[in-house]
Design a protein. Sequence first.
Length: 416
Amino acid sequence: MVNFMIIKVSKSSVLSGDIYISGSKNASMPCICAALLTKQKVVIENVPDILDINNLLTIIKKQGVKVKRTNNTITIKAKRLKTKVLSDLVETLRGSYYLMGAILSRKNKLKIKYPGGCNIGSRPIDYHLQAFKELGFKVIEEENRIIIKEIERTPKDITFPKISLGATINVILLTSTFSKEVKIINPSLEPEVLCLIDMLKKMGVSIDIIDKQLIIKGTKKLKGITHKIIYDRIEAGSYIYLVGAIQKSKVYIHNAPIEHLHTVIMVARKMGIIVYKKDNVLVVEGNKGIKKINLLIGEYPFFPTDLQQIITVVLTKAKSSSTIEDPIFPNRVLHIKELKKMNAYIYEQNQVIHIKPSILTPAIIYATDLRCAFALIIAGAITSGTTYIKNIDYLFRGYENPIKKLRYIGVNVEIL
Ligand code: EPZ
C-alpha cells in the first residue's frame, strides 16, 4: 500500500453534533464473497464506501463477475467465475482470503495470491488451509501464491485450535454447497459471522448453532437474495472513545449497533465516560475524569482487539496506571512507539501493555495500520498544539468519510 497522505490534528475541545455509523467492513467482505456462491443476482445493502471493499470488488470484477455499486448498495451477478485470482490487489487486504472458500464452493481448483491486511503481528492462515485439506482439497503453497485442487469433497467435522473469524467464515463459504452436513467445532460467533449466516440461510443453506458449534447443511441450488449488512461496531466504538476522551462534549451516534456493543459501553463507563441510549441513539457526553482499568481482550462478546490501540490512547488521561492484555494479537503494539514520540508513558512487558498517566505533546507521527490511524487522531485531538500524522491512508481502508465525520463534530483535523 503506497502511503502519502498526511493530516494535521490540533487540540479539539467540546465535540458536538451527530455521527452516522456506516455498514460493517468485516461483515461486508464475507457477504460480498457469499454472493459468488450463486449465478443469480444478489443485492447487498449498507456496504461502506471504503478502500478495502472497493479493492475487493475490483478483484471480483477481474474474475468475470458483474458488479454494480450505487452508493452503499452493491449488485453482484456471478454467472462467470474465473479461478485464477492473481491481481496484486489481493495482497492489499485481509478479506481477499474469503475468495478461497467462495470460489472453491463452485469450482474444483483455484490459484490465488496470499492475503494482505494490517501489520498487527503474525497473521498465519494455517487454520484455513488445514481445513481445506481435511475437506478433501490438495493445497500447494508457493512463494507468492497458493494452489488448491479438489481431490474429493469430504464432509467432516472441522475443529479449530483457536477461535478464528477468518477461518470460520472460509469453511462456512466452502461447505455451503456441500450436499452432506459439516460441523465446525470452536467456531467464531462474532456478529460479522452471524450476519453472513443470516444471508446464507436466505440463499437456501441450513445453518444451526448448537452448543456453540456450527452445523452446516449445504445445497447446490443457492438463490439470489437481498441482504442488509449490520452496522460497524468497531467504527461506533472508535467514536465512543474519541468523544468520551473530550470533556463537556455531547455527540449523538446514530446507527450504532448497541446490541453488539455491551462490553465496549460497559468498559467506557468503567473508565468514567458518560454514554447512554436515548431513542435508540447512543449519546456520548465526554467524561467525568478518565479512570484507570485493567483490561483483558478476547473474542466477542469480550472487548474487541480492534479497539485496543484506541483505548490505549484514552487511558493516558487516567490519573493512575492501567494495563491491557491482548491474547488475540499480542504484538499489536506498533502504536506505542508513535505515542512515545508524543511523550506518552507506555510500555509493553510480557505481552501486557502498561499505560501510565501522561501529558501528551505534539509530534510528527506515523500511522502503522487502520485502527492505529484512528487512535493517533484521538491522540492529536487531546493534545495541545498541532500533531502531524503521516501514512494516514490506512484510515480510509476501514472508515467511511472519516475526515468529514470528524470535522462535522468539531475535531480540528485537515488533510494536507
Ligand atoms: C479478523 O482478522 C478481522 N479482519 C480483524 O480486524 C480482527 O482483529 C480479527 O478477525 C479478530 O477479531 C477481518 O475481518 C478482515 P482471526 P483475522 O483469524 O480473520 C490466529 C480490523 O482492524 N490464527 O480471527 O485475520 C491469529 O493469528 C481487523 O478490522 C492462526 O493462528 O483474525 C490470531 O491470533 C484487524 N491461524 C487469532 O487466530 C489462522 O489460520 C484470531 O485471528 C487464523 C488465525
